[in-house]
Every structure is written in C-alpha cells, then in structure tokens.
Design a protein around this ligand. Structure first.
Ligand SMILES: [Zn+2]
Length: 568
C-alpha cells in the first residue's frame, strides 16, 4: 500500500478527549475516528489490525471444534423478557420499537437467540456437545463510554456458546475454550492474567477473566504474592481474622458528641476500627437495605447485589435513610425494625464491638452478635484489599490494575431452562441443556495490545497483528536512483507475499520516520542516497534502537526471512 494513496492521516496533536494511551495513539495514527460517544469508525489501518485479530480468533475457535454461524443484532424484546435478563441488563440494553410498535432490542450478547436456535435443532443427547460461535456487532448502552475502544457502545465481539449433556461435558468445553483463549493471547503477543470473576446474581459455577495488566485499566485484580490466587476485586475474597474482644460484656451506652464517622468514633473511644460496626444504607430494587459490616472493612457492592439477588443497587441518600427512621452518624442494627438487615460474615468473629445507639451523639459499647441484634442474611460482602490475607494460603494480597480482554463463564441451565432447550438422554428422560459462554471483544483486545506495546513515539505492534509487516521509506525523492530502487524493492517484497506500507510521499526524513514510529509497523526499511552509496538498504526493527545495513540485492530475501521467523 502506498501511503500517498492511503485513506487516513496521522496527526501530531494529542486529541483532547483521549484519556488513555491506546486512545491517543489510535486517533493520532489515523486508525479510528469517533462518530458519537463510544461509537467509532475504523479506518483502513485500524481495520486491518481488527481483521488480523479476528482471523486469529476464528482459527483458534475452529481448532477447538467451534462452528461459526451468524445471528441477528435485532432481537425481539420478548425473548429477553422470557429470561428476565431485560431487567438484569437494565438501561444497558438498547431497545427500540418498530412501525407496528413491537419492542426490539439490539443484542448486547446472544444467549437467548442461540438457545432458541439450539432448542429447534437439538432433541437427543446424540446431538450434543456443541460449540457454536459468531464474530459480530454488539450494542451496550454504557453509562460512561471512555478510553477509546476500551469502553464503547457498539463493538465487535466473538461469542461462543457451549452446549453439553452433563457437568463433566461442560468442564471439558470450558477447558477447551480456556486453552483456545490462551492461544489467542499468545498469538496476539499479549500476556494475560487468568483471574476468578464474578458470575453475577444468576449464579453459574466457574467464571474467569483474562486481564492485561495496564496502569489505566479499569478492572482491579487482587492476587497473592505467594500462591496462584487471583481474582477480580468484584469477586475476590480475603482472610478476615478473628478479632479478640474477650468474653461478651453487658451493653453500655456512651456519649459521643459530634462523632459520626467510624474514624471519629474509634478515635474518641480509643477503640481500633476493627472493634466497631459500620452501618451502610443501600436501595436495592427500590427498597432500603440496612448493611452491617466491621468498621475496618468496606462493602463490595457486586457481592452485596448478588447476595440480595437484586437487579439494581445503589447507595441510599441521606434523605432516604432519614425518612426510614435512621439516625445519621449513630445508626445501629440494635432495635431496628421494619428494614431488611444484611451483615458481612465478619461480625460473627468479633466480640464487644462499638455500634450506634440509634440516638443522636450516642453509641453502644460491648455489642455482640447474635446476643444484641438479629439480621436477615449473613454473607461475605466485604471488599478484599491489598495487604489483606490470601484466602488460599494466608499470604499477602496485592492489587493490580488491568483491562479485561476475555471472559469465560459456566452458565449452567439458567437460560436453557427458561427457554425450554431440552434434550432426551439415553433413558428417554428430558433435561435442560447445560451451557457455557465465552466472549472476547476485538476492539478492546486491539486497544489492550497498544497499552502493552508502545513507547513515547508511538505504537509497537506485535508482528502477528500489525497492519503491515514492513514500512518502506524512500528518502530524497529528487534522486531518481532512490525512487527506482524503492519501486523495485516494493514490487519485489509484495510479490513475495509481504505486507508493505510504502511511504512514497515527498516528505522530509523527519516526517517519514515519525510516522513510521507512530504507526508502529514492526520493521522499517529505508532507502536513501546514503544507503545506495553503500549499495544497501537500512533495516530497523520498531522494537530496537539500532538499524543495520543490508546489501540491496539481499534485502528482499532477508526481510522475508525476518518476517517468516515471526520475531518482533
Ligand atoms: Zn495465596
């Protein structure tokens, strides 16, 4: 491809709206263009990268036994109502009405559609197992589209669904996909962490995410220094040590004038924060929920939402809490009635705690559960943090930021049961098909590859997903020998099947080299009057500093070798 003809221009200015490295570099390299918040066009260079990622994914899905098909973006909303997932997705689900006022949704995922398809085509255990996938456009009405291709509202996704007759089969399908995903990231030159992930309120057995470590990543991973334990913070557990408070003592009311926060109360009463009880208020599906947790811990809202099996959860406002009879700064589960109370399991391993007294400026000492108050539900709803103990080995937990680039999930029978996707076993008995689902967002993977592979000059594409293998640069075009040599080499390289971006513009060496670095093509090949004097071309890898001279007549062969070897 000649750059003089290429659609899309590089730009030097840093786009004001771009908040991450990949976003800035993609816009500056002329690879993407924003159409609306979280909605992008891919220009030819960006599209080539996306297609390469797509091909790698397709090959690995096919190798694992997947069969590709295509399902519609436009889906009847009824299908979503049948599984109740219209509510679970809430406002993230794009919905619309047709001219007859029938409600439709733009698919954010395809479990409903594919389960319907499978129930039409599968009758017997002999029809299973199945691995079915598509690579297709999805829509999610994200509340906060950001970071360029990382959080968008329209995106290309590979989604595969597995269908099995039993748990053992599901485990096998899951492991096949886990390996296929590892292969995909390896081939894309992208190191990932495999971490335990939240499976949501609908349950399901195992769920894992693949995370690319990145400073600006919006996912937090909690991982152990000493063992393999790693989990998304939404799911992560940590050791909650027993707090020694001695034998339960009688309740004692104390005056705490002006002390409202845990920090203030614990300081005033000279009690460590882990000897206090914190009350926090949420609105879950419209109802006020009283949450109790040890004062040194924080509530994990994902765990709380799952424990409550709620679809919408948010912090209650002070006005909402007051309206329910809560005394701000001195709220307590003791004596509270008419509210649902949920407690973190940390309250069961501590004695003689300090809690509010439901009276202004007053707290209670020596509060003990269950002697002094009852709760409706006890669960692990605490946020694991760096420095906490590892739930597996007791080691120290660390925290890492990253970008989720893949999610695999043992879904079970939640959807197949609701949609009546059944099979008949060897004994003539009917059962719901057991499902798994496995997704990769292609654009996000592309962006994550840049977050991992760049320097201050631009992108450094891994060879396998680079838009072109070679950046051929001819300098000082007023010299006809340069033009002739570059044209010849270009034709030669293309005829050998190499992908060449040929900078044939009449621009200065500075402009050309800057663009070569910005675009991140793995190998730069330069022809100039100086290299021709030595009857050579200059070859420089994007990932290395020093160029080398190679005889002109050997250049095509040497470059072919270099690219075929596949080193970056
Ligand atoms: Zn550990």
């Amino acid at each position: 491809m000649r750059i003089s003809k290429l659609f899309g221009k590089t730009q030097r200015e840093i786009p004001a709206e771009a908040d991450t490295i990949s976003h800035r570099l993609l816009v500056r390299a002329g690879m993407i263009h924003q159409v609306a918040a979280g909605v992008y066009s891919y220009l030819p260079l960006g599209w080539r990268v996306l297609k390469k990622i797509e091909n790698i994914i397709r090959e690995e899905m096919d190798n694992a036994g997947g069969q590709e098909l295509s399902m519609p973006v436009l889906q009847p909303l009824e299908l979503w109502q049948e599984t109740g997932r219209d509510l679970a997705f809430g406002q993230s689900l794009f919905t619309l009405s047709d001219r007859r006022d029938r409600k439709l949704a733009l698919g954010p995922t395809h479990e409903e559609v594919i389960t319907g398809l499978v129930s039409h085509n599968v009758q017997s255990y002999r029809d299973l197992p199945l691995l079915l996938y598509q690579i297709q456009t999805k829509f999610r009405d994200e509340p906060r589209p950001r970071a360029g291709l990382i959080r968008v509202r329209e995106f290309t996704m590979k989604d595969l669904y597995s269908f099995d007759t039993d748990e053992e089969g599901l485990d096998q399908s899951y492991n096949k996909m886990l390996q296929a995903y590892r292969n995909i990231y390896d081939r894309c030159g992208l190191p990932t962490l495999l971490v335990e992930a939240d499976s949501g309120a609908i349950g399901g057995k195992d769920s894992h995410e693949f995370i690319v470590v990145a400073e600006n990543g919006e996912d937090e991973v909690v991982n152990c220094d000493d063992c393999q334990y790693a989990a998304n913070v939404e799911k992560a557990q940590s050791l909650k040590e027993k707090i020694e408070g001695g034998q339960p003592l009688p309740l004692e009311e104390v005056s705490t004038p002006g002390m409202a926060t845990i920090k203030e109360v614990s300081g005033f009463l000279k009690m460590p924060q882990n000897r206090t009880l914190k009350a926090v208020f949420y609105i879950a599906d419209g109802k006020l929920i009283f949450v109790v947790i040890r004062g040194d811990l924080d509530v994990n809202e994902v765990k709380l939402k799952n424990a409550l099996k709620s679809t919408e959860l948010r912090m209650a406002t002070e006005a909402e809490a007051t309206a329910a009879g809560i005394v701000a700064g001195a709220a307590s589960p003791i004596g509270i009635t008419g509210l649902k109370v949920i407690a973190d399991d940390s309250i069961t391993t501590a004695t003689n705690l300090v809690a509010g007294a439901n009276k202004p400026d007053t707290h209670l000492k020596n509060v003990n559960y269950p002697r002094d108050f009852k709760v409706d539900l006890i669960a692990d709803i605490a946020l694991a943090r760096a420095g906490d103990g590892c739930p597996e080995c007791g080691g120290k937990l660390l925290s890492t930021q990253g970008i989720e680039v893949g999610h695999i999930f043992k879904l079970g029978t939640f959807i197949s049961q609701k949609l009546g996707a059944l099979f008949v076993d060897q004994n003539g008995q009917s059962h719901p098909v057991i499902m798994g689902c496995y997704g990769i967002g292609l654009g996000r993977l592309l962006a994550a590859a840049i977050e991992q592979n760049h320097d201050d000059k631009g992108i450094i594409w891994p060879l396998t997903i680079a838009p072109y293998h070679l950046y051929l640069c001819s300098l000082y075009l007023e010299n006809p020998q340069v033009v002739a040599a570059a044209e010849n080499l270009y034709a030669d390289l293309v005829s050998q099947g190499l992908e060449v971006l040929y900078d044939d513009r009449n621009e200065s060496p500075g402009v050309k080299f800057n663009d070569a670095d910005l675009l991140g093509i793995p190998v730069r090949v330069t022809i100039s009057p100086r290299t021709l004097e030595a009857n050579s071309v200059e070859i420089k890898k994007r990932s290395e500093k020093e160029p080398q001279l190679v005889p002109l007549e050997e250049a095509a062969t040497r470059l072919k070798e270099l690219i075929t070897r596949g080193e970056n």
